[in-house]
Design a protein around this ligand. Sequence first.
Ligand SMILES: *Cc1c(COP(=O)(O)O)cnc(C)c1O
Length: 424
Amino acid sequence: MSKLAVFGGEAVRTAPFPSWPVFDESEEKSLLEVLHSGQWWRYTMGEATEAIANTGTLRSTVAEFQEQFAQAHNARFGIACATGMAALQVALRALGVDRGDEVIVPAYTFIATATAPLAIGATPVFCDIDYDTFNLSPESFEKAITPATRAVIPVHFAGVAADMEGIMAVARKHNIMVLEDAAHAHGARWNGRGCGSIGDAGAFSFQFSKNMTAGEGGIITTNNLAVAELCESYIWVGRKAGRPWYEHHRMGWNFRLTEFQGALLLEQLKRLARQTITRRENSLYLSRQLSQIPGIRPLHITDYAAEFAVHIYIFRFLAETFGISRGDFVTALNAEGIPCLTGYSFPLYRNPLFQSGEIAHDYSRYSELCPNSERACKEAVWLEHRMFLGTRQDMDDIVSAVAKVYAARHSFESHRTELASTSF
Ligand SMILES: *Cc1c(COP(=O)(O)O)cnc(C)c1O
């Protein structure tokens, strides 16, 4: 049995995993085109809902991108905007969510899913996730409904589609709007349909860590013309397409993307399908191998989510079965040359923001209502999506490192005091 790198042994791997973002001369060329055109900003609104784009000599990269992105996700309309959080809050407003309304969100997600409702004066109400998929549980969603509930935001967490059939059934029964948070789900499908095109609207992010990026950025997808027009108006400071420039119809924001971002995203979109398949195939292989190691439980992929994306690769680490704590495991795996992290330390409602009393809603009782979210925070191990853009050998290195740590798990006892004094 070889000595663990964390205790001074040789690491399984010293080579880096593939880096992110991925780009080449095509990104360089299209950025330079925008630069030299002098047309750095979006000069026409209404491109998402009327066929007025790309007329004349000027070509808007943003207009072209939102059309292509929507089409790739089976949505009629795409409305590009500044960030994923902007996409969420604009879409909520366009779906009719207003001050005092409640919006149900999963407790295990990124903060923006819950702060988007707050940004427009609505109240986020948490529900639990499903234990096997880490996605919103339709049963827990239904229990969280009150007369004030206006919308629900299922997240296609880690890139794997949520149970949209179950969620849509509950939502329709109670007349609740469905906004898909697809910030992890570029190129992912639910029953063959693009994520973001199943509910009333979808929201994606192009922030640096996501599977498609322009540094920052976002897009709203919808099949509903009225919703699309409202979204455009909100990101264009309340303007209305075809009306005078300085006539503002509603409280809006400047949430536009630049033409530089549009140019980058058009190139990134060309890479998406291939990258999604590479990541998926590598992750399926890794899951098969890792499932054979005691205490390692890759998340379950339901049939409807078979065409998933890998934004985060997650497995549950069962400390009792494996024989060491998750903290020791993650420290050891990083030392072996496999970067990994434990994700959220606690469910969203335990953030100081919700415990401070600043928001007029009782967030103190959610721990009992969300046992699966609590458990996910204690058991999850996350690997970044860039690691899955490489080869099968990369996956084999991950398996070797996990197997090595398992085989040497008893060495943690003897090194307990030694480890406590290291800086990991
Ligand atoms: C990243 C992310 C967002 C927000 O996107 P930004 O572009 O960073 O504002 C929203 N929801 C989820 C689940 C995310 O991971």
